[in-house]
Design a protein. Structure first.
Length: 611
């Protein structure tokens, strides 16, 4: 199998981080991991004395059966839901818990804990050590985002920390999240621009897509790159630059992981699904994330799909791990699927399309065709990788952004699932694995119908509509093809279950923001704030299901989380306002404040600004 490039988005940049992560192999993790294991044991002891509580006095949605039905009260004990219904009924059911705390919601709204079904923990943590040059200010686009602003941040960092480290070595300036496609005008921060910041201090920036890097002349020289490329680097050259940046990955990594998990809890998220774990450090990466998840430090539970593009790595996972999707335990970490990456990112101009990008002449990516790229050559090798995992009984998450990539992926699923029924006439078990297409950006009617027939479901990076919709429509894809973007409503009408995700670090964590973008489809960079293809807008309950019950279903976790039903885990979020209330403007769902987040019956986040 050949992989000429690793395409552009957070999940696609994972292999590019491998050289950066190799540095971590040389650090002594024994003490850090031992501490995490120790606190995990302490948490296990505490779990024997979990509190019981009865919630009442507000709006409580259980999402049982996916419906927006409300109940008067909710009772929890020993980390699980005991009873839902009237206050009288819950009090009766909770008699075995005489010390249960009565919690008056005072009009607040209680929901199942929310789920981000596709993000990346370790890459996000690593880049938090870099200067944040992203187009996001919290949950909104940064006003005045352009190269002048990027230059200001870099100069400020240089002035604050100087050009040399304490040992006298040159200090590198490293930044992440740069997105020229959201700048006005769209212009790459090439070596000429970066040399204007400093020609002596080596500077390296990572594009928000993860596929591109930008180096000044000092960094180009240290990495041994061709100066004729003007500092714009793609995959192999990105890796060369990362390899010469000293002490790149190690500082404060565990603290940065903790920050990400805390950010998730502050957004009402109780489950994160890492869609590409093991791409950088292999088994050590899994050990690290598992230890974190199983310690009291983690305010969320973590599910994972293991990155399996290389044949040898996929085979290692299939031989090492056995999936059990039916356990009802309070698993804080679980491996539940395999991840394959078929193409790149549309905003990074590397998603594989059936036609040229509209802006390919002005903004062509070095070494990439005007239609992007497919990550398996020849494409039939992808079908072999897919079939191997499905035959082993593993659900597969397939990253596919461009419409041509999606056609290849669906054709591969057709081959893998050719025998639709078994000999006794029952449904082929491979059709029941809940495999899904990640991002699934450009969807035709024919693709939707094929996905329904093959029982595949889409998980949408809905920020493509909200944050990048305007640039897709005007510059990257064109008006007609942009209408195919994130067709949430059409997928639902075809009987597909859908989810919404952040692909963090590509877009910010924030399930309420994702709901808003799916409900309104407003293009936030559009001065007139027009919606992109409003026929694809979701109603609020569908959007809520897409970040709770349906997201849990896609992650093979709906039997334990995603709704509040007796026997399920007591993962819940308490909000200041009701996101399903029509009196709350659809365009302000992201502004609803999270009051508290509870994991397995215990509070893990309390907003200091709410009462």
């Amino acid at each position: 199998m050949s992989q000429p490039h690793q395409p552009g988005c957070a999940c696609c940049t994972l292999p590019s981080l491998s050289m950066q992560l190799d540095a971590l192999q040389h650090h002594n993790w024994t003490e850090s991991l031992a501490n995490l294991v120790r606190v995990a044991a302490e948490r296990a002891k505490l779990a024997l004395h979990q509190d019981a509580a009865i919630f009442h006095g507000g709006t409580i949605y259980t999402l049982q059966g996916g419906q927006p039905s409300r109940v008067e009260a909710l009772g929890i004990a020993h980390g699980k839901v005991v009873s839902v219904g009237s206050l009288q009924q819950v009090e009766t059911d909770m008699r075995a818990q005489p010390r249960a705390e009565r919690i008056d919601l005072h009009g607040k709204t209680l929901l199942p804990g929310m789920i981000d079904p596709h993000m990346h923990i370790l890459p996000s943590a690593l880049y938090r050590n870099w200067i944040n040059l992203s187009p996001f200010q919290g949950q909104v686009l940064r006003p005045g985002y352009n190269l002048d602003w990027v230059a200001e941040q870099l100069r400020g960092e240089l002035a604050s920390h100087g050009s040399h480290t304490a040992s006298g070595a040159p200090r590198w300036l490293t930044g992440f999240g740069v997105d020229p496609s959201l700048m006005s005008p769209w212009k790459e921060p090439d070596s000429h621009f970066l040399d204007g910041i400093s020609a002596e201090v080596p500077i390296f920036l990572i594009n928000a897509s993860g596929h591109l890097g930008y180096a000044n002349s000092a960094a180009v020289k240290l990495a041994g790159l061709d100066p004729k490329e003007n500092g714009v680097t793609t995959e192999s050259n990105v890796a060369k630059v990362l390899a010469v940046i000293p002490g790149l990955a190690a500082p404060h990594l565990l603290g940065k992981v903790q920050e990400i998990l805390n950010d998730a809890a502050a957004n009402g998220i109780t489950t994160l699904f890492d869609a590409g774990l093991g791409a950088g450090l292999g088994p050590l990466e899994i050990t690290l994330v598992r230890a974190f998840a199983q310690s009291p430090l983690a305010p969320v539970r973590i599910g994972a799909a293991l990155y399996g593009n290389p044949d040898w790595l996929q085979e290692q996972w299939l031989q090492t791990y056995q999936l059990n999707h039916n356990k009802h335990d309070d698993d804080r970490f679980s491996v539940r699927a395999l991840k394959l990456i078929a193409d790149g990112s549309n905003q990074g101009l590397t998603g594989y399309q059936s036609e040229d990008y509209c802006c390919s002449a002005e903004h062509r990516v070095p070494g990439v065709s005007p239609r992007g790229l497919f990550n398996f050559e020849p494409p039939i090798t992808f079908a072999a990788q897919l079939q191997r995992a499905l035959n082993a009984g593993w659900p597969v998450l397939v990253h596919a952004n461009g419409d041509q990539a999606l056609d290849y992926v669906l054709a591969s699923f057709e081959l893998a699932l050719f025998d639709k029924t078994s000999e006794d006439g029952t449904l082929n078990p491979k059709l029941t694995l809940r495999s899904r297409i990640e991002h699934c950006s450009l969807l035709s009617d024919a693709s939707i119908a094929t996905m329904a027939r093959l029982k595949l479901s889409p998980s949408f990076l809905i920020g493509h509509v909200g944050y990048w919709g305007q640039i897709f429509k005007t510059t990257i894809l064109g008006r007609e093809r942009a209408q195919m973007l994130d067709r949430c409503q059409s997928a639902l009408q075809a009987g597909l279950r859908i989810s919404l995700h952040s692909d963090h670090f590509v877009s910010p964590l924030g399930t309420l923001r994702m709901m808003e973008q799916a409900v309104t489809r407003v293009m936030e960079a559009d001065p007139e704030q027009q919606p992109l293809n409003p026929a694809e807008c979701l109603d609020r309950i569908s959007a809520l299901r897409a970040v709770t019950l349906d997201a849990a279903w896609q992650c093979h976790m709906d039997h334990i989380v995603g709704s509040l039903e007796p026997g399920k885990l007591a993962d819940l979020a308490i909000l200041e306002q009701d996101p399903l209330d029509p009196a709350v403007p659809a365009g302000s769902l992201r502004d609803i404040r999270v009051h508290q987040t509870w994991l397995a019956g215990k509070p893990v986040y309390h907003n200091p600004n709410t009462h």
